[in-house]
Design a binder for this molecule. Structure first.
Ligand code: HEC
Ligand code: HEC
Length: 347
């Protein structure tokens, strides 16, 4: 064989290797596929806008897998989704308090999850002030997932698919707690509910019935909207609505965080979107139905130093008012969100 031929063969081999590895690269790592976060019409600017955690399909998919994965909990049985179910607007379906590790109960009702990027503070007492750190609370709480973040990392690192998914999402297959938190934030932060009948009426795509119109008028007349402010149906403030403290729980709400007596028994105003499916209600889930919540406003309010002036003297509501209000609240159910495959339990 002549030197010329040897050079030709070597050149051909090098060319093949270069082409094959280039193809491989595009196959397994197509680069980030960016997703645009759309603020629904009429909504204010979100508090968290993904500026430092750019939304990509890869990180969103990873966040979804983590949300539904029991391995984030100590015994494998308590994924985020065990307490946050889509059919209940990602609240805990039909549970006042949720079950966690070792048959223990949480001390509060699991709130529904949607429109979270508009929240400045999370949890009933606002004890969490950033969406990206929130998941650490349930993962490490002994009565929830009861796991240590380093153990979660070790479990995921040893898995056959996770390292590659982390590389696709963050360009690095060494898993870190920060990446877990960013991916979960992409998933839960993308949950937006803004397509209920109420929204369609606002966009001129539907009309309220006479009954719903009456309910909506009452909602404003009775000042429900002073706290459950449109369009999010919460003003994100903390209020004491005169719900008597349960001796077994002694939950003082916001005061636990601020240590100020004026914050005693204040809880974050919950959104009323999807309220029809997120029963039971209240911070400890003591109200089984919307009707019982409304009965509280009309006859159950217990006065005290920090009780909100808007409810201090109870809210006068007839049984018929309660019916109309309930029919209006039903228009806040967003079935396209509740059935959105993007957020659904993987099959
Ligand atoms: C054992 C049940 C349970 C599990 C598991 C659980 N949660 Fe929760 N979640 C709750 C409860 C209860 C609260 C309310 C906590 C409070 O107010 O102190 C909550 C609150 C939240 C909030 C705040 C919502 C708001 O409106 O303030 C977010 C976000 C959230 N959970 C996401 C998650 C994620 C992500 C996971 C998985 C990493 C998870 N949760 C796992 C029960 C659970
Ligand atoms: C002073 C502020 C305020 C006013 C006024 C108010 N709410 Fe509320 N609402 C709250 C707070 C705070 C909670 C949570 C209370 C708790 O569990 O401690 C709540 C809870 C609810 C819930 C249960 C939601 C859930 O997911 O747990 C419903 C339903 C509700 N309110 C409807 C109404 C209606 C209808 C009106 C008017 C008749 C009204 N609210 C007036 C602050 C208010």
């Amino acid at each position: 064989m002549t030197a010329k031929w040897i050079i030709r063969i070597v050149f051909a081999i090098v060319a093949c290797v270069v082409i094959i590895s280039a193809c491989r690269k595009t196959d397994s790592n197509p680069g980030p596929k960016y997703i645009e976060f759309k603020v629904p019409s009429g909504f204010p600017a979100p508090n968290y806008n993904f500026a430092t955690n750019p939304l990509t399909q890869q990180a969103f998919d990873l966040g979804k897998k983590l949300f539904y994965d029991g391995r984030l909990s100590k015994d494998g049985n308590f994924p985020c989704a065990s307490c946050h179910q889509q059919l209940a607007g990602f609240a805990n379906f039909d549970h006042d308090l949720s079950h966690g590790f070792d048959n223990q109960f949480t001390t509060r009702n699991a709130p529904p999850l949607f429109n979270l990027v508009w929240h400045k503070e999370m949890h009933w007492d606002g004890g969490i002030n950033h969406i990206e750190v929130q998941p650490l609370a349930p993962i490490t709480a002994p009565n929830e997932m009861a796991e240590e973040i380093n153990t979660v990392i070790a479990k995921l690192q040893a898995d056959s698919s996770y390292p590659q998914l982390f590389r696709a999402a963050f360009g690095n297959s060494t898993i870190s707690s920060q990446q877990i938190l960013l991916a979960l934030t992409q998933f839960v932060g993308s949950m937006v509910s803004a397509n209920s009948k109420y929204d369609k009426v606002n966009r001129g795509e539907a009309e309220f019935t006479e009954i719903e119109k009456t309910g909506y008028a009452l909602f404003k007349e009775k000042k429900c909207n002073s706290c459950h402010a449109e369009p999010l149906f919460t003003d994100m403030s903390f209020r004491n609505t005169g719900i008597p403290v349960k001796p077994a729980l002694m939950d003082l709400g916001r005061m636990r965080i601020t240590n100020k007596s004026e914050d005693s028994l204040k809880f974050k105003v919950p959104s009323l979107r999807n309220v029809r499916v997120s029963f039971p209600y209240g911070h400890d889930g003591r109200f089984p139905a919307i009707k019982s919540m409304l009965d509280h406003y009309s006859s159950g309010v217990q006065d005290g130093p920090s009780v909100d002036p808007l409810v201090k003297n109870k809210i006068a509501l007839t049984e018929l008012d309660k019916f109309y209000l309930t029919q209006f609240l039903y228009t806040l159910t967003d079935s396209s969100f509740l059935q959105d495959k993007r957020f659904a339990q993987p099959e």
